[in-house]
Design a protein around this ligand. Structure first.
Ligand code: TEU
Ligand code: CA
Length: 555
């Protein structure tokens, strides 16, 4: 067990002045698709452990691991049946403890995902609720239906995956699920729920984890009385107020969590996944007695256009600064189409509410060469900004969204729940290519008979980590150099100072270095006194070509 049980209240300001998480590069491990240690075609802890040296070489400060708890996998592990155990397909609790230790030895912090909005329908609490055990339904959101025989759902809320957010059980009551029917929402007004999650936090903090990414952090508290949402659907959570999202009552929960975290040394931190409608709303989660950081998703919703990117970056920095939190920069994750593919098509003129849906259904052919050039440039932009940067596994290999998965292999519940109209998120979850000339590309150990749980495209032969490690101009080599150079040029370089730049170009200085981003169609000359320290396009000096970012220093 890790040290840290003594009661130490942090001097908050002092902690903020010097903490690793304020400038961290965090790598997102989608465990199911990262590396398979036992040859069953499913990524696992043993596989992750064997690839820790790769992550150390990449130079990341921490890993965020998507849910690894015991789960029937109705939503890839976001349906948790036991928060205190590892799913057998991923390994054992002992293996998780060994992984945490070994990552720490390599200087990598470990941040699991916690899922407090809902449980699995196989969780003992929900099974008790279905049996009608006394008081058990109060831990969830059960209600009688509307209509003469209660045959209509209690309100008009819609599930994020499609269809009504309510399912009727045998005795006629309905329960709420903002996601899949196998993910019943918890009732956070119930003291059992609060107590249980604070204990789960302690369970993992005692095993040495460095923090948690909080799933659907904006969803836990619902407006009392569960009023109709009107025409607003949960999918529009990004813009409109909705009785299920971002309710003020959620903040008391996080004040309780922060008090739990504050009792540990070294510091334990929280990252909120909160889709809220403004930077002002997001900042409320980051008040000094609440969470440490929160994802800011406008960066990934921005088209590849200098004016839009500049607005998004400036707003995100101002929002975070208002509460003294570091800004966070995300280009993609396991829920949205991969960056290369978003940038591979014509770019809309402004921020897109549902950028990923647009990309999923775009009929325009994808130009992956352009997408890759822009994704490389975006990576250097991301890594030059103050605050924390998140790299979703495979981004460092320049992988594209797999848009042509056969329908019969799709696993995301979105596909079925949308009535087969939304292909969902499987295309960004395809197992990583590590080595070799054919599938499974080293994802599973040699001689394994099982295929990867989603099929990998044949051309990934030229995108393996092995091929890229040997190529000085590869994506992987760029990321490795960028993460290292970031420490030297940007880590404590101070605030962004915008510079005037031609249309289509974004330029700023931080400390003694400058970052120039050209989203336009023409070469842009660099002032003669500047030397290129790193460029997203190989072999650049003296100018910034289209779809290129350069890091420059004087002299
Ligand atoms: O996602 C929360 C969320 O709001 C998603 O609906 C997101 O908007 C959508 O995936 C975009 O297509 C989190 C997890 O990241 C996701 O993987 C889970 O499915 C979901 O919670 C339920 O736990
Ligand atoms: Ca496995």
């Amino acid at each position: 067990m890790a040290a840290g049980m003594e009661t130490i209240e942090h001097e908050h300001a002092a902690a903020r002045a010097s903490s690793w998480w304020q400038t961290a590069v965090v790598y997102q491990v989608y465990i199911r698709s990262f590396a398979d240690g036992n040859g069953d075609g499913i990524g696992d802890i043993a596989g992750l452990r064997s690839r820790l040296p790769y992550l150390a070489e990449l130079g990341v400060d921490a890993i965020w691991i998507n849910p690894w708890y015991r789960s029937p996998m109705a939503d890839a592990g976001y349906d948790v049946a036991d928060f205190r155990d590892i799913d057998p397909s991923y390994g054992t609790l002992g293996e998780a403890e060994a992984l945490i230790e070994e990552a720490h030895r390599l200087g990598i912090k470990v941040i699991p995902d916690i899922v407090p909005n809902h449980t699995s329908d196989q969780h003992p609490w929900f099974r008790a609720a279905l049996r009608g055990a006394r008081g058990a339904r109060d831990r969830y959101v059960f209600r009688p239906g509307r209509g003469p025989n209660g045959e209509l759902p209690p309100n008009d809320w819609v599930s994020c995956f499609g269809g009504p957010a309510w399912t009727r059980v045998a005795d006629g009551q309905w329960y709420l699920h903002l996601f899949a029917p196998a993910q019943p929402d918890l009732n956070w007004e119930h003291p059992d729920v609060r107590r249980e999650f604070e204990q789960v936090l302690r369970f993992w903090f005692d095993r040495g984890v460095d923090g948690f990414r909080i799933d659907v952090a904006h969803g836990l508290a619902k407006t009392p009385g569960l009023p109709d949402a009107g025409t607003r659907i949960p999918g529009s959570q990004h813009t409109d107020p909705h009785p299920a999202w971002d309710q003020d009552a959620v903040h008391a929960i996080y004040r309780g969590w922060r008090a739990v975290a504050n009792r540990y040394v070294p510091e334990r931190i929280f990252i909120a996944e909160a889709w809220v409608r403004s930077n002002e709303r997001l900042a409320r989660y980051l008040r000094r007695d609440e969470l440490h950081t929160a994802f800011q998703f406008d960066f990934l919703r921005s088209p590849w256009r200098a004016d839009s990117l500049r607005t998004v970056i400036a707003d995100a920095m101002a929002g975070a600064a208002a509460v003294g939190a570091p800004p966070t920069w995300v280009l993609s994750n396991h829920d949205v189409p991969r960056t290369v593919t978003r940038y591979a098509r014509s770019q809309p003129s402004h921020l897109v509410e549902s950028e990923w849906e647009r990309a999923r259904w775009a009929t325009e052919p994808a130009d992956h060469d352009t997408g890759r050039r822009r994704a490389r440039a975006a990576a250097l932009l991301q890594l030059a900004l103050p605050g924390t940067a998140y790299i979703y596994q495979g981004e460092e290999l320049g992988l594209e969204e797999v848009e042509d998965l056969p329908h019969d292999v799709r696993q995301d519940p979105t596909w079925v729940q949308s009535g087969f109209t939304d292909v969902g998120r499987d295309g960004c979850r395809v197992p990583l290519p590590w080595s070799d000339c054919s599938a499974p590309y080293g994802f599973s150990p040699g001689g394994s008979s099982a295929s990867p749980w989603l099929p990998q495209p044949p051309h990934w032969e030229s995108h393996t980590a092995e091929v890229q490690a040997a190529d000085p101009n590869s994506f992987l080599t760029l990321y490795r150099s960028a993460v290292r150079t970031r420490r030297r040029l940007w880590e404590n370089a101070g605030p962004v100072e915008w510079m005037s730049a031609p249309a289509g170009v974004l330029a700023f200085a931080r400390g003694g270095a400058q970052c120039w981003v050209n989203t336009g169609a023409d070469n842009v000359e660099l002032p003669a006194n500047l030397t290129v320290a790193l460029s997203s396009t190989p072999g650049v000096t003296g100018c910034v070509p289209p779809d290129t970012t350069v890091w420059v220093v004087e002299g």
